[in-house]
Write a protein that binds this ligand. Structure first.
Ligand SMILES: NC(=O)c1ccc[n+]([C@@H]2O[C@H](COP(=O)([O-])OP(=O)(O)OC[C@H]3O[C@@H](n4cnc5c(N)ncnc54)[C@H](O)[C@@H]3O)[C@@H](O)[C@H]2O)c1
Length: 318
């Protein structure tokens, strides 16, 4: 993750300093933006500084930042007053809880208080921006910028316009997130769950159904991904994968295997997400990892992701 040179390296406000807000603060501070971190909960706001300092130390250990952790940390200011946090910003990244009501309330404040030319982006994982921006005078500058957790290690950000988001805003957003070291994908129109969560939903749907049908244990279904499909998926997507899996590319692949995929699809069903079926997977997971161990295992996951990000940094795609 090179420290990028940004044409628009003005101040960025991060509103909501929970898991995702803190992670965004690292992304923008690492890229050289002054960052104002705001949360309505003062304990959350002030505890975020030590949390970010610890993450920056880990990033330095894996050579994923080009400056001293203290230099990056010094760009981040915790600001309790929302209007003060929004002063002179070029971008507001909103990260409050995932309900339409909460998003409507915060976006009406952001539109009233932020500079008129600032971009207003939501981290929402599922909600189209039209559901919480339609009545705003400044709705043309609002969009979704959905990160993947944690965005300082996983660069994808999904940019999704509402029907009234201006084309110029989408271009500015693309330039700004790219310059901050992220990898933006722009959707042509709104769809619930955007791209990543829709693909994840399809995979989880099938994994739960295979488990429910007793075909394999949860551990073995996880193994299908971690020792199989996902090894390729960490550096190429499913389209590139099939392009390389037949001598004459995608059309050749479809001629060879399209009928089998159609046959398989005919037997695939929508998973119910019933409490009982979910509990059966949870029970198996709890035998492997007790709830008390979740934080420790999450820290392990992030360190594995750091090692992978460091590898990708030294061996870029092309
Ligand atoms: N957790 C993930 O993996 C993930 C990934 C991508 C996107 N997101 C999205 O990011 C957003 C935040 O998720 P999170 O996991 O960080 O949640 P979180 O619960 O950890 O943090 C939300 C924070 O927002 C603060 N807050 C709530 N209302 C506020 C307001 N009006 N003004 C200021 N602060 C306010 C809360 O005090 C809390 O600290 C959600 O929309 C979520 O869908 C989450």
């Amino acid at each position: 993750m090179q420290r990028p040179s940004s044409p628009e390296r003005g101040p960025v406000a991060i509103v909501g300093a929970g898991l995702i807000g803190r992670a965004w603060a690292i992304v923008f501070a690492r890229a050289g933006h002054p960052v104002r971190l705001h949360d309505m909960d003062l304990h959350t706001l002030h505890s975020s500084h030590a949390y970010i300092e610890a993450r920056l130390g880990e990033l330095a250990e894996f050579e994923l930042i080009d400056e001293a952790p203290g230099t990056v940390l010094a760009r981040i200011t915790c600001v309790a007053d929302l209007a003060e946090a929004l002063r002179d910003v070029v971008l507001v990244q909103e990260n409050v809880r995932e309900t339409v009501e909460a998003k409507i309330e915060i976006f009406s404040q952001l539109d009233a208080l932020a500079p008129k030319d600032a971009l207003l982006a939501s981290s929402t994982s599922w909600l189209p921006a039209s559901e919480f921006t339609k009545d705003l005078p400044g709705r043309a500058r609002c969009l979704v910028a959905h990160p993947t957790n944690p965005p300082y290690l996983i660069p994808l950000v999904e940019l999704c316009p509402a029907p009234w988001t201006s084309a110029d805003v989408m271009l500015r957003a693309h330039a700004l997130y790219s310059a901050a070291g992220q990898s933006p994908v722009t959707l042509s129109r709104e769809i619930y769950g955007f791209l990543l969560n829709r693909v994840q939903a399809a995979v989880l749907n099938e994994c739960f159904n295979l488990h429910e049908d007793g075909l394999a244990s949860a551990a073995d279904i996880d193994r299908v991904l971690k020792e199989g499909l996902a090894l390729r998926w960490s550096f190429m997507g499913p389209f590139e994968t099939i392009d390389l899996n037949a001598p004459a590319g995608v059309q050749d692949y479809a001629r060879r295997y399209g009928q089998q995929y159609r046959h398989t699809a005919a037997s695939q069903q929508t998973f119910s997400w019933s409490d009982e079926a979910v509990a059966r997977v949870d029970e198996e997971r709890r035998r492997t990892l007790e709830l008390e161990g979740i934080n420790q295992r999450s820290a392990w996951r992030d360190r594995r992701l750091m090692a992978l990000a460091a590898h990708k940094r030294h061996a870029p795609d092309a």
